[in-house]
Ligand binder design. Structure first.
Ligand code: FAD
Length: 321
């Protein structure tokens, strides 16, 4: 079933569904770790499972003397393969992410053909972040600079258009396409209005639904939805939720994801900064309150980001679903 149909069915039944996102295993690891993360979450009848996509990991470290050192970090390849394995093992629609970064249009086409053969008919189309050694995002010379172009390629393939031209009388893929949206505006956008214009371009290019970047203040999500609707974006918008779980997150989450931490949450975390369990509980309870308000507002799906740590997601799901 296409994700967009699952979303519309949840909207028709006025029942918010649970969904979550996972990272593929590190190179050299088997499926055990990912199965251990999924198994306990199956009790909450996930609408779908997303699997992230990671480009080559090159990391820059600055030595004490100020010079720099480059080294390759252990990668997480295998997004398409592990997505197919998850879908087969658990019988839950699985959505591989696909990015522009580091890939040519031909690489992308090959990945899409693999997905189609493997029965993966949903994809989250992203540009990807700049790599560690880039000042700004650099597209592959034969690739795409923006997610809009990736969406266009996928939608074109659904119509029988391939990189080298149209194939008449061909098997047509039927990908349902999701894209990313930013309630607090993407860091590279010149303005919130421009970011929404670019988001609209992704929908006009053929995307069916939006999954948002994580946020901690629901009013920012509600405002984002209002601005999208005013701009003529009519597709479903799925909120992304990640419970804060450490004191370090107060600084790390805004820096990495461009989200603001509400003062009330920051104050509570600071007041318990030496008690790891208390901080974790504060973050979990905040996410529970966020989830409850979003459910009351009628969102079709809540998309959780466990980022390798499922325990707090289990507690949230047990409480709200
Ligand atoms: P785009 O839609 O291309 O937008 C990027 C920036 O360019 C924005 O500022 C936008 O306003 C601007 N822009 C868009 N079109 C144009 C245009 N035509 N001209 C000028 N500017 C333009 N990253 C990964 O590497 N792997 C993942 O699996 C992954 N999963 C994610 C899942 C979700 C739900 C989200 C929210 C993000 C995810 N990311 C992932 C991170 C994402 O790749 C980054 O946030 C990236 O910087 C932007 O991706 P995008 O698809 O939103 O890009």
């Amino acid at each position: 079933m296409n994700i967009v149909d699952i979303i519309h069915s949840a909207l028709a039944q006025r029942k918010t569904r649970f969904a979550f996102e996972l990272l593929p295993p590190l190179k050299g690891d088997g499926m055990e770790g990912i199965s251990a993360a999924i198994d306990p979450l199956m009790a909450f009848d996930p609408a779908y499972i997303n699997v992230t996509f990671h480009r080559e990991g090159i990391k820059q470290t600055v030595r004490a003397d100020g010079s720099t050192e480059w080294h390759v970090v252990r990668r997480r390849p295998g997004t398409v393969g592990i997505s197919a394995a998850i879908q087969k093992k658990y019988g839950v629609e699985t959505v591989p992410h696909l990015i522009c970064g580091g890939l040519s249009k031909y690489d992308i086409e090959d990945a899409l053909i693999d997905m189609d053969f493997l029965g993966l008919h949903n994809v989250l189309a992203l540009r990807g972040d700049k790599s560690q050694n880039e000042r700004r995002f650099m597209p592959h010379p034969q690739g795409h600079a923006h997610a809009t172009d990736l969406v266009r390629q996928i939608a074109g393939m659904n119509r029988g258009e391939f990189v080298d031209g149209e194939v008449e009388e061909c098997h047509h893929s039927r990908f349902s396409i999701g894209v990313a949206g930013y309630p607090e505006t993407h860091e590279e956008a010149a303005s919130p209005e421009e970011d929404i214009r670019h988001l609209k371009a992704k929908i006009d290019a053929g995307a069916d639904y939006i999954v948002t970047q994580l946020f901690y203040d629901n009013s920012r999500f509600f405002d984002f939805v209002t601005r999208c609707r005013a701009a003529g974006i009519g597709v479903p918008i799925i909120p992304g939720i990640k419970p804060l779980s450490t004191v370090r997150h107060l600084e790390l989450l805004p820096r990495t994801f461009g989200c603001r931490i509400p003062e009330e949450l920051a104050r509570e975390v600071e007041a318990h900064r030496d008690d790891k369990a208390a901080v974790r509980q504060i973050g979990t309870e905040w996410a529970i309150a966020q989830s409850r308000e979003l459910i009351a507002a009628g969102v079709p799906v809540l998309h959780y980001y466990p980022m390798g740590k499922a325990e707090n997601i289990i507690e949230i799901a047990r409480t709200v679903f």
